[in-house]
Design a protein around this ligand. Sequence first.
Ligand code: ATR
Length: 276
Amino acid sequence: MSDQYAVVGNPISHSKSPLIHRMFAQQTGQDLDYQTLEAPLDGFEQAILTFFAQQADQPAGLNITVPFKQQAWEMAAQLSGRAQRAGAVNTLYRDESGQICGDTTDGVGLVRDLLENQGATLKDARVLILGAGGAVRGVLEPILEQSPALLVIANRTASKAEQLAQDFAEFGELRGCGFAEVEGQFDLIINGTSASLQGELPPLPAGVLKPGGWCYDMMYGAEPTPFMVWGEQQEAGRVIDGLGMLVEQAAESFRIWRGVRPQSAAVIDAVRAQLG
Ligand code: ATR
């Protein structure tokens, strides 16, 4: 039987991960099967243990998505440093002794998409990130590792942004505030809020985007998000959605499991074609 992999969430039927990982497997010549696995809301841990028990004698791994990333973090016997600090796990695998280990690849995915696919430079850039929930916590460390001149976290609830800035202070020049308190202009604004799901736009002060600065939304879909529409109105140098981040985080999970990092460009194109 092929080695077994899956993405676990609830709901999960619309996940693009099977498409992405099957293309990676084909491209790299790996014999593996990748499915969706819907865990009951009150039965996540059991679903994980059952999955790995069923694959006792062969390599296996899981991606974890909404709403289980924190539960995966809690149940993993070992965590990578970046997952420990992110407070969330999107990749589970087993080490040689059979222990379930957790990692997070979302931040690496975002940074690789920005640097390698889009040609952005984060070093010495002024970066503004919107939101202070799990999605933003998960990407702060890899962004700060690129040595931006300043990273400002702005959030509707200012205290959450301030807390995040404190938690990651050791990694770089970081500040947290409410949207109205954002000062100065930024080379790059990243939307990590879930405001788009309600068709809303985080209330940014006018003039926060430098002329020619870039806008990046961690979400993606068939239509541009309200934040992407705002970016176009600001005449951003570039407006980018989160599809490349989705594929790059998957590529990093694949590397963790299989030891080979797939090429992402053709896969990004294929997933985009499916969005309609
Ligand atoms: P996720 O895992 O996607 O980060 P989350 O932890 O619930 O989800 O965080 C959602 C983020 O989107 C928060 O930063 C939230 O702001 P609050 O902390 O003030 O709740 C932000 N958010 C959600 N809806 C928003 C809206 N309509 N406008 C601005 N920010 C919004």
